[in-house]
Design a protein around this ligand. Structure first.
Ligand code: CMP
Length: 221
């Protein structure tokens, strides 16, 4: 549970209630855990093994499309429960065996649904407007909302420092402004090279290229 952000905002009492409610499910290669179009009763967490997620993207498709692989610590099966909808994809065990924890609809609705929905709704409109995310499908964007951590900075705070090698975060501005400054010549003061406002994003470069941070990002509001 600690590896899965779906549980992040839960208090210790809720976490305990979930631990008491989950049931172990063991499956073998080829077993279908969730079938696209079925009604959904359970949410699943992967303890061990691998699973694949496939989906018929168009009505005319003869074969489903591979969407992703699930590994230990990940979870699936939340959509049908969150939105009272049929299962949106098929999940099949792809390793020799896999062990899952299954959580029933009632406990899921009672404890997790509200926290996840509030967070998804809060960021949904914002994420739709961020340019770099426009090519993602809605489902992928909601997964981003789940993974969000809000951080607050004050005017003058350094969010990123040029040359930092340990940067492991990508940032999007929900509210306020920031600037990028850069030391173009050693020994000279850093110059402002870019302004950011709400919907702006930064920090992607060093994650994509695995290089040190190329500029400072400083809060200006
Ligand atoms: P649910 O619809 O309950 O059951 C199938 C699950 O597949 C779904 O919840 C998600 O957890 C997971 N899934 C992973 N990728 C996608 C996707 N692109 N579209 C829909 N469901 C997905």
């Amino acid at each position: 549970m600690s590896a899965n952000f779906m549980f992040e905002s839960l208090n210790p009492k809720d976490k305990k209630a979930i631990l008491e409610a989950v049931e172990s499910v063991k499956k073998s290669k080829g077993d279908v855990i969730i079938q696209e179009g079925d009604d959904g009763d359970n949410f699943y967490l992967v303890e061990s093994g691998k699973l694949i997620c496939t989906k018929f993207l168009n009505k005319s498709d003869k074969e489903p499309t591979f969407l992703k692989e699930y590994n230990p610590g990940e979870s699936f099966g939340e959509l049908a429960l969150l939105y009272n909808a049929p299962r949106a994809a098929t999940i099949t065990c792809s390793s020799d065996t896999c062990e899952l924890w299954s959580l029933d609809r009632n406990t899921f609705n009672h404890i997790i649904k509200k926290a996840v929905q509030v967070k998804r709704e809060k960021y949904d409109d914002f994420l739709e407007r961020v340019e770099i995310l426009k090519c993602m499908e809605k489902f992928e964007r909601t997964k981003l909302a789940d993974a969000f951590h809000e951080e607050w900075f004050e005017n003058g705070d350094y969010i990123i420092r040029q040359g930092d090698k340990d940067g492991d975060r990508f940032y999007m501005i929900i509210e306020g402004t920031a600037i990028a400054t850069k030391t173009l010549e050693p020994g000279k003061p850093a110059q402002t090279v870019k302004d950011y406002g709400p919907g702006g994003y930064f920090g992607e470069r060093s994650l994509l290229k695995d290089t040190p941070r190329a500029a400072n990002i400083i809060a200006t509001s």
